[in-house]
Design a protein around this ligand. Structure first.
Ligand SMILES: [Zn+2]
Length: 162
């Protein structure tokens, strides 16, 4: 069993509270290598914990604005922007690969749009609802150094798994 999951920074690591920088086009080769490693981490995390769909670059200490989604296949979102956030909110127990045993009650926009550059530096835009909407808001927050713990709806909004 490999220890790759140790590459994921955990709650308390100061880097998780830092904002990341936009990726530049000439950084794409390096970013693709990081994205490949990140996609594998999502797969490994899911194998270990039974959940896990996406990871943000700062979670492995790569302080760039990049998210890797790995649900059916890896998808790379570079320099994403969230727009058209719905007034309607949803409330849920959120978790994070940076704190595998903790659940946090948060509120997220029920729907939103995300614009980004893909791994070929082509502009893309997705309309997101419900689980994908809350997921991408969670990952986007990582790029600004914001963790779900900072989105807790009140002082009782924390629970341990098991
Ligand atoms: Zn997270």
């Amino acid at each position: 069993m490999s220890n790759n999951l140790n590459l994921i920074l955990k709650l308390g690591n100061p880097k998780l509270y830092e904002a990341s920088s936009p990726l530049k086009k000439d950084e794409l080769p390096e970013a693709r290598e990081k994205a490949h490693a990140m996609a594998e981490l999502v797969t490994e995390y899911r194998r270990r914990h039974g959940a896990g769909r996406a990871i943000a670059a700062p979670q492995i200490g790569y302080m760039k604005r990049m998210i890797v989604l790995n649900i059916n296949r890896p998808q790379v979102l570079i320099n994403p922007v969230l727009e058209d956030k719905s007034h309607e909110m949803i409330e849920l127990w959120d978790d994070c690969m940076s704190f595998p045993n903790l659940l946090v009650r948060v509120r997220r926009h029920k729907s939103c749009r995300i614009r980004f550059l893909n791994r070929d530096w082509k502009e893309q835009s997705w309309w997101l609802e419900d689980d994908l909407s809350e997921l991408l808001q969670h990952e986007y927050d990582h790029l600004d150094g914001i963790l779900a713990t900072q989105r807790a709806i009140d002082e009782r909004a924390f629970a341990l798994k098991e």
